[in-house]
Ligand binder design. Structure first.
Ligand code: HEC
Length: 303
């Protein structure tokens, strides 16, 4: 076989396998289909599911956005926010599909625990307005949280000098690509310190302008009057590190000032200076005396 026909047969076999795989069925049993959400439908659990989705699913399925239909020619992984797909699938069906996989969709029975898979289902359902959580357990009691429906593009933090506060803003677009105000997105704001980051806010939701206002009065700058901050969405999908000038430097207190023995510190007590000098000069004197004596012995031998 020459090279070309080898490549051609490889391609056709791959195509055959692919079409065969997508022609397979999901094989969801009636029992699986009848299962209802296995976790509480709370905000925390939906957010946890969002985190898992970002790590394990987003690279193939992309953003979950609400659209009437989930048809996507390419890539093959469908949009899991589509209303017709959400309506056609039970909780148990979605769970079974995630568990077993099919064709290009890997099975997650091994890499995600049952609890984690249910959490992802809760996250997927949070994007479906018509979803009614099962009436059992604490799932029913939890109020449904309104999720931001557009696509997040970026996050930024702006320092307001007069008010001594930060504005953390989520930049987003709606389904038509127009700028949108991202309400209800959880964000964090950290200040970088010598030993780790200090959180000014964590997991706070943006208001109707897509912003969170963060009080920063009394925040200490570095020697140069700057602070380094990290603004990010709570799911870590978007983050921005910036250096912000927040005013004049504080006098920097050296934490070990005055406690060390050998510094040129102005605070060194007199007794320490005198004993240091005495010991040092004494030691040098003894060494000098020893050398002098050795030279004398050497000279005696010469004679
Ligand atoms: C490697 C890429 C890839 C990853 C990672 C992936 N998927 Fe999929 N997924 C696919 C493809 C491709 C299909 C379509 C399979 C088919 O119809 O043959 C699919 C189908 C699905 C379906 C069924 C949709 C339908 O038509 O009913 C669900 C539900 C799903 N994926 C959820 C998830 C979840 C949840 C995760 C993360 C835990 C995930 N997927 C991770 C590629 C992926």
């Amino acid at each position: 076989m020459n090279k070309l026909s080898k490549i051609l047969s490889f391609v056709s076999i791959s195509l055959l396998i692919m079409t065969n795989a997508s022609a397979q069925d999901w094989n969801v049993t009636a029992d699986q289909k009848a299962m209802t959400l296995g976790v509480a439908f709370t905000e925390d659990i939906q957010d946890a599911g969002n985190g898992i989705y970002n790590k394990s699913c987003k690279m193939c399925h992309g953003e979950v956005f609400v659209a009437p239909s989930n048809e996507r020619a390419l890539p093959l992984a469908p949009n899991l926010g589509a209303t017709d797909w959400q309506a056609a699938n039970t909780d148990g069906e979605i769970f079974a599909k995630i568990t077993n996989g099919k064709g290009g969709m890997p099975p997650f029975s091994g890499s995600l625990s049952e609890d984690e898979r249910w959490k992802v289902v809760a996250f997927i359902r949070a994007n479906y307005d018509a979803y009614v959580p099962p009436a059992s357990g604490n799932a029913a009691a939890a109020p449904k949280v309104e999720k931001f429906k557009g696509t997040i593009k970026d996050v930024e933090a702006i320092y307001n000098d007069a008010a001594q506060s930060f504005t953390v803003r989520v930049i987003a677009v709606d389904d038509n690509g127009h700028p949108a105000k991202a309400k209800g997105v959880k964000v964090d704001l950290f200040v970088k310190r010598y030993f780790g980051n200090m959180a000014l806010i964590e997991g706070q939701r943006t208001d109707e302008n897509g912003e969170v206002n963060v009080d920063a009065t009394g925040l200490k700058a570095n020697l140069d009057g700057n602070v380094e901050i990290i603004a990010r969405t709570n799911d870590k999908a978007f983050a921005k590190e910036e250096t912000v000038t927040i005013g004049y430097p504080e006098k920097w207190e050296n934490p070990i000032e005055g406690r060390h023995m050998w510094g040129t510190s102005a605070r060194t007590p007199l007794w320490l200076l005198i004993s240091y000098l005495t010991v040092t000069l004494g030691t040098l004197g003894v060494i000098g005396w020893a050398v002098f004596q050795l030279l004398r012995i050497y000279n005696l031998r010469e004679r």
